[in-house]
Design a protein around this ligand. Structure first.
Ligand SMILES: [Zn+2]
Length: 438
């Protein structure tokens, strides 16, 4: 590997160590750039600035869901486009000749829950005992910062990638995936127009605990609207409670969840998991008065299926389950309707034995001294778009985080150093390096 010999492992390790203050400071400010799904623009502008400091000009890929609707991976949106955009910056080598890689990561974060239940304000980005706390710190602003730090560390050594390296911050990963869908759609058009070569590999630095992802579940969101018959509580039996009907429907869904988790019903990659299929009742809204039988109830559900079941098939099975639960109530005056907003995300398997992913695994061994674990995720990630739409080698690999989507979310700074070092090795090996032009 002559290109790789241009920088030694010792040099890379020292250069990444030197970027630790850069990483923690950048991540704290990134966390402070609040970016709930649908409101990602503070983080998008922040990333444009950070990339600018690295000498990279960003282009904006504006979300236009009207242009994405016919894509098989399109998810029904939860909020208006509103001019929101992804950020894409591309390093182009001087001499070139190396292979390319795209680092893709989402800018959006999930709600915090009651902020007073956090040990420190969720958007402060506080560093304590080697962990950086905040909503989005782990999932997944840290991962993007690791990619920036790897690029910066190589430049500190007087070299830059000899191949194209892309950095892509996207919106709406946490509820639809339409952000990365917009990126992939734009990349496909750019490749067709010969304005850009296709990327040879994609790495998504989600907080995988330094594991390489070889599968992910299908995930979809569904709303069940239940209409009952209101009545005065004094004559409760003359009404029908939509809330109690909703609870029976939840029971039925939990029975279906148990069935899909039975050992004999599992996809092979999920045999060793405790509980791979999770039907989460994320929201329940019902009723409006303590002395009235609730007339309406809405369930907000996140459902999952194995990679070998299509989302449409899974939706049909879940709808059939809800209809059967409704029929078992033996009441004609109960109405149940389904609505789909948010994830329509098929499951996916990723080949880690292709050269790009082997090089990433090699880099992990070189940095940590041990092979990386392979993980089958019980969640979805944007990797599906790259696999299913471009068929490019892709995986998720990122730092150790705790309490993602919970209180006191945090990421390990030591693990960020590991991941940034792995990325620097991977870039040097996969893309090669060349001197920074004078
Ligand atoms: Zn994430």
């Amino acid at each position: 590997m002559p290109a790789f010999a241009a920088v030694s492992a010792t040099q890379i390790a020292a250069a990444v160590q030197a970027t630790v203050p850069y990483m923690t400071d950048t991540l704290a400010r990134f966390v402070a750039a609040q970016s709930l799904s649908g409101e990602e623009m503070p983080a998008a502008r922040f990333v444009e600035d950070v990339l600018g400091e690295l000498g990279l000009a960003s282009e904006r890929i504006v979300l236009r869901t009207d242009l994405l609707r016919d894509e098989p991976l399109f998810s029904p949106p939860c909020c208006a486009d509103g001019g929101r955009y992804n950020v894409l910056a591309v390093h182009r080598p001087m001499r070139g000749g190396g292979r390319s890689v795209l680092f893709n990561g989402h800018l959006d974060v999930v709600p915090t829950g009651p902020a007073e239940l956090w040990s420190s304000p969720p958007f402060r980005g506080e560093l304590r005992d080697g962990w950086l706390f905040g909503r989005g710190a782990g999932d997944m602003k840290a991962g993007l910062v690791c990619a920036f730090a790897a690029y910066r560390a190589l430049r500190l050594l007087g070299v830059q990638p000899a191949g194209v390296v892309g950095f892509n911050g996207v919106l709406e990963e946490e509820n639809t995936g339409n952000g990365t869908l917009a990126t992939v759609s734009a990349l496909r058009q750019a490749v067709n127009a010969a304005r850009l070569t296709a990327f040879d590999a994609v790495v998504i630095p989600e907080p995988t605990g330094e594991a390489l992802v070889d599968a992910q579940l299908g995930v979809f969101w569904m709303y069940v609207d239940i209409i009952g018959k209101p009545a005065h509580a004094a004559y409760m039996s003359t009404g029908v409670s939509a809330l109690e009907a909703g609870l029976r429907i939840i029971d039925a869904l939990k029975a279906l969840e148990r069935e899909w988790n039975l050992p004999e019903n599992r996809h092979p990659r999920y045999r060793d998991h405790d509980h791979p299929i999770n039907f989460n009742v994320g929201q329940l809204h019902a009723g409006d008065w303590n002395s009235s039988v609730p007339s309406a109830c809405t369930l907000g559900l996140r459902l999952a299926c194995y990679p070998d079941m299509s989302i449409n098939d899974a939706k049909q099975r879940v709808e059939a389950c809800v209809r059967a639960a409704r029929a078992a109530l033996k009441r004609d005056d109960i109405r149940v309707e389904f609505r789909y907003e948010g994830f329509h995300a098929p499951g996916c398997e990723y080949d880690l034995d292709v050269p790009a992913m082997q090089r990433l695994a090699d880099a992990h061994v070189r940095v940590t001294g041990a092979p990386a674990h392979r993980a089958a995720l019980t969640a979805t990630t944007d990797a599906r778009h790259f696999r299913k739409m471009l068929d490019v080698p892709v995986t998720c690999y990122g730092p150790i985080a705790r309490n993602i989507h919970g209180f006191d979310e945090c990421v390990s700074v030591d693990s960020m150093v590991n991941v940034a070092t792995v990325f620097a090795h991977f870039i040097a090996d996969w893309c090669g390096v060349e001197p920074i032009p004078a």
